[in-house]
Ligand binder design. Structure first.
Ligand code: SF4
Ligand code: SF4
Ligand code: FES
Length: 234
């Protein structure tokens, strides 16, 4: 059986492990093998193993990825893998990052739906083929994995920047016809740490495992905040 040479970032140093290769093996399978068979002190995080929960993202051979859906065959170079925690987030231990800052930024970007209809009111009717529905649907499948956030050089330089995931969420809600907090949300994303800080590097869009384009959403927010400012609404 062939083996994979794996280096895992643990604090300031890397630790080396030899892991048996298997068919259809994922990077998460490799980390799990290390923790279960070679070193039970290794800390990492996952939940669903099927690309739903967003908790398994790590840096793999230099790039952020969801590890449960990343096959070793696709990323190993000459039978070698280097695995570390996500960039741009504080590390709790080994491969586990502290996501509080990431979710705090969702809250700062007003990433919560705010409806105004009451229990007895009729349902909102949003035509499936409408432009607003298309735009809202484009970003709704975000699983909060943090891959785009780790890929963003502006976040790396400016820790206050809300980042691609929070801004994608804000853009999704800006296009939600049922939401009643639009002015508040546009104000929240219009500041120096908001959409204007994006340099359109598109690393977020290139890396998003769900095929979402935060870059396009952020461009939409730039237009929407400018339009609102010109109308005196900000
Ligand atoms: S497009 Fe904007 S948010 Fe996305 S990686 Fe580039 S600077 Fe960051
Ligand atoms: S936009 Fe994509 S990469 Fe960013 S958190 Fe959501 S699913 Fe992950
Ligand atoms: S473990 Fe849930 S997305 Fe990977």
């Amino acid at each position: 059986m062939s083996t994979l040479q794996v280096r895992v970032r643990r604090g300031d140093a890397f630790q080396a492990y030899d892991v048996p290769r298997h068919e259809s093996q994922t990077v998460l399978d490799v980390v799990t093998h290390i923790q279960r068979h070679l070193d039970p002190t290794l800390a990492y995080r996952y939940a669903c193993r099927v690309g739903m929960c967003g908790s398994c993202a790590m840096t793999v051979n230099g790039a952020p990825r969801w590890t449960c859906r990343t096959h070793v065959d696709k990323v190993a170079r000459n039978g070698r893998l280097e695995i570390g925690p996500l960039r741009n987030l504080p590390v709790i231990r080994d491969l586990v990052t502290d996501m509080r800052e990431f979710f705090d930024k969702w809250a700062r970007a007003q990433g919560r739906f705010k409806g105004e209809r009451k229990r007895g009111d009729d349902f909102a009717r949003v035509a499936p083929e409408s432009e607003e529905r298309r735009l809202a649907d484009a970003g709704i499948e975000c699983i909060n994995c943090g891959v785009c956030y780790a890929a963003c050089d502006v976040v790396a330089r400016n820790p206050d920047y809300l980042g691609p995931a929070a801004l994608n969420r804000a853009w999704t809600l800006v296009n939600d016809a049922r939401d009643a907090a639009q002015t508040e949300r546009l104000r929240a994303v219009a500041g120096d740490a908001g959409c204007q800080a994006c340099h359109t590097h598109v690393s977020c869009t290139e890396r998003c495992p769900k095929g979402i384009s935060p870059t396009a959403g952020i461009a939409g927010l730039k237009r929407a905040t400018l339009g609102a400012a010109l109308r005196g609404r900000l």
